[in-house]
Design a protein around this ligand. Structure first.
Ligand SMILES: NC(=O)c1ccc[n+]([C@@H]2O[C@H](COP(=O)([O-])OP(=O)(O)OC[C@H]3O[C@@H](n4cnc5c(N)ncnc54)[C@H](O)[C@@H]3O)[C@@H](O)[C@H]2O)c1
Length: 431
């Protein structure tokens, strides 16, 4: 008699922005998915067929469909979810602390639960961005020690970096090849076959988990270094009175030139964080270090340009547009607004923050003073700084800033003529 192949069960550990998207995609591509998370709100939302992630086109529908087809459910019990699964995908963050040391607190506790549930023949794939070596040396060993099982023989271990971009996660999963490295050939083959089916994407197999981990950190370092170069060029263009945007257009017409755009800072939980995964692990000096300094120094540079125009900032009313680290994303991690507010407060300026993605209460919870664009106090502002260009700022009415002397366009997004027409001085980066 023909025996039907059983549906494979996958456990996704960490149902955040990325984990929930992965879980929904796997579920819609023929897998039974159990999402495990420590946040009960996340778990109960998913168990009602809803996504807790905002601004991710297509995700709400995908979660609902997976739920209605009984392919996706969520739990707080990671150990049990792992014990019921043949594939376990780990997407719980690793961050850096105030001293930029690697902070493993979330993922270490997730790995302990995984180790309690792992069985013979389970395949565990790490997707979280990690310092190279961690899949094998930190987590693989921990799981071996706790479970008594041998990695590569009793259970399989692989690493595949998540390379997508907030607001474009689903399209990124379709478009970007999946880089996969295994602890041994069998681990690689299982992980690779899984992604071909679960994501239906191109897979690039590399020779080890270390190589796959290294490739993801290298991508982030590449971006950081190239943004730092653009920022250095912007500062020099300012000195020379040259318009950098025209330079970039001209230079990039040559196929080997890919000059990035300058900006007031690099934020978020990727680019400003992952270079430390090299810097703290033996990369002692060089471009990676210098680029972090250049990019984190842009806030100070912007403030010095403002001071050159308007003088001392003491008692000045300054509005920062955008708490998010970039436009149209609700994410305050390592946002340049933290650097700006800290430095402006030291200069005794009165600092306000506006961000359409956050409620006033949320802005207050970051110890920042919110100011809505409808508040009459906007007529008392002396300076406005664009930090994150949300779509809403496309229609900003500059003439409402009746007392404003200067608008600093930290993303080179505003139209200079509109600002000068409103009687306000325009400053940007790079001429
Ligand atoms: N967000 C991005 O744009 C992006 C892009 C590329 C790669 N990544 C990678 O994906 C990782 C996750 O990003 P995200 O945006 O989904 O993060 P997130 O903060 O949205 O979600 C993390 C989830 O993990 C859960 N969690 C924490 N500790 C846990 C534990 N012990 N067990 C189970 N769940 C736990 C949290 O409750 C949360 O739901 C990042 O750390 C990064 O390595 C993210």
């Amino acid at each position: 008699m023909h025996k039907e192949k059983a549906t494979q069960t996958v456990c996704v550990v960490g149902l955040g922005k990325i984990g929930l998207t992965l879980a929904a995609v796997y579920a819609n591509n023929g897998f039974n998915v159990i999402g495990a998370d420590v946040n009960d709100k996340v778990v109960s939302t998913v168990n009602q067929g809803q996504s807790h992630v905002a601004n991710e086109p297509g995700l709400d529908e995908l979660v609902l469909r997976a739920f209605e087809n009984k392919r996706l459910r969520a739990t707080l019990n990671t150990k049990e979810a792992v014990s019921k699964s043949t594939i376990v995908v780990v997407i719980v963050p690793v961050l850096v602390d105030e001293q930029n040391d690697v902070d493993y607190s979330y993922i270490d506790s997730a790995v302990e639960e995984i180790a309690k549930g792992v069985k013979k023949n389970t395949t565990i794939i790490f997707e979280t961005t990690l310092p190279p070596g961690d899949t094998k040396n930190r987590f693989g060993k921990r799981i071996e020690d706790m479970s008594g099982l041998k990695a590569g023989n009793d259970f399989y271990l692989a690493y595949s970096p998540e390379r997508v971009y907030s607001n474009h996660i689903l399209s990124g999963l379709e478009k970007y090849p999946k880089v996969v490295g295994g602890l041994n050939e069998k681990s690689l083959q299982i992980a690779s076959a899984f992604y071909k089916k679960a994501l239906q994407c191109e897979v690039i197999e590399v020779d080890s988990t270390d190589t796959a981990e290294f490739s993801k950190v290298a991508e982030c370092v590449y971006r950081d270094v190239n943004i730092a170069l653009a920022n250095e060029l912007a500062k020099f263009a300012d000195e020379k009175g040259v318009k950098l945007s025209d330079v970039i257009k001209a230079s990039n017409s040559q196929p080997y030139s890919h000059i990035h755009s300058p900006g007031i800072g690099v934020g978020g939980h990727c680019i400003p964080i992952y270079p430390y995964f090299f810097m703290n692990r033996g990369l002692k000096e060089g471009l990676t270090h210098f680029s972090r300094e250049v990019n984190d120094g842009m806030a100070e540079y912007a403030i010095s340009k403002i001071e050159n125009q308007v003088g001392a900032l003491e008692t000045k009313n300054i509005l920062i547009l955008g708490l998010s680290y970039r436009g149209n994303v609700k994410e305050a991690t390592k946002s340049t607004t933290w650097l700006l507010t800290e430095q402006l407060k030291k200069k005794n300026a009165n600092v306000f923050v506006h961000d359409p993605m956050f409620t006033e209460e949320e802005i207050k919870s970051f110890s920042m003073e919110p100011l809505s664009l409808g508040d009459p106090r906007i007529s008392t502002l002396d300076i406005v700084i664009l930090q994150a260009f949300h779509s809403e700022y496309q229609d900003l009415r500059f003439e409402d800033f009746t007392n404003c002397k200067l608008i600093f366009d930290g993303r080179n997004e505003f139209n200079k003529e509109d600002i000068t027409r409103a009687g306000i001085t325009y400053e940007g980066l790079g001429g």
